[in-house]
Design a protein around this ligand. Structure first.
Ligand SMILES: Cc1cc2nc3c(=O)[nH]c(=O)nc-3n(C[C@H](O)[C@H](O)[C@H](O)COP(=O)(O)O)c2cc1C
Length: 217
């Protein structure tokens, strides 16, 4: 069973090289700077694994992921915009989880799209699904366009070897992280990552489970 983390990140893209996942990497980096443990679930891998059996919701990888989400206090959900909504693979993954699994959790939605045309996909598409899963405390979402997340393969940033997010957009994501920490722990951080530590002082686990779409970070 993966190590439980208070903050779980769900990557909703079917793409192995994903801008929305890069946004999650930045969020994870910011949380780690604040000594917050995180656990990332990759819907793409989990769905591919689970659909190989006749009852996908009972696949051990899905049941393990459900426990991870159940134990979390906050969930960050990132998705690409596909045809004015969230990705199908994210929906399939969420459909495999128990009903109302997001009850009592702080949820931070993040989306990336090709343009600003579908900026409201978070409000009109993603948030209703999160609500249906029991979420009542949904933070203001962050929407990023592809132009704000540049392909930089080979030149490593602090959090990604593949993409660089514009600093102004990093700041928007960081504001979301600050709000999330405040919502979960009642603590405020007023500066960029690394300057001030708040909340719990968790020791990061030394090992990770990179199998079946999960990573302990
Ligand atoms: C099948 C498909 C449908 C898409 N539909 C939209 C769309 O309706 N609106 C939009 O702004 N971008 C759309 N895009 C662009 C993606 O949302 C955008 O490139 C996103 O950043 C991809 O995220 P990812 O790299 O995490 O998969 C679409 C891309 C694909 C492949």
């Amino acid at each position: 069973m993966p190590h439980p983390a208070d903050i779980v990140l769900i990557a909703g893209s079917p793409s192995p090289s994903s801008r929305s996942a890069a946004a999650l990497e930045y969020i994870a980096h910011a949380l780690h700077q604040e000594h917050q443990d995180t656990h990332t679930l990759f819907a793409r891998d989990l769905v591919a694994t689970a659909l190989s059996v006749s009852n996908p919701s009972e696949h051990p990888a899905i049941q393990s992921a459900a426990v991870v989400v159940q134990n979390a206090r906050a969930v960050v959900v990132a998705t690409p915009v596909y045809n004015a909504a969230y990705s199908g693979v994210l929906k399939t993954f969420l459909d495999l989880l128990p009903q109302k699994i997001l009850t009592g959790k702080v949820v931070f939605p993040v989306a990336t799209g090709g343009s600003l045309a579908h900026l409201l996909a978070i409000e009109y598409a993603l948030k209703p699904v999160l609500s249906a899963l029991g979420a009542r405390h949904i933070l203001q979402g962050v929407y990023l366009t592809d132009a704000q997340i540049t392909w930089v393969a080979g030149t490593k940033t602090a959090y990604s070897t593949v993409f660089r997010i514009e600093e102004s957009e990093e700041n928007r994501l960081f504001e979301g992280v600050t709000t999330l920490l405040h919502s979960v722990y009642g603590s405020m951080i007023a500066t960029r990552p690394g300057a001030v530590s708040v909340g719990k002082d968790l020791a990061l686990p030394a090992t990770g489970d990179h199998e079946k779409g999960t990573i302990n970070e």
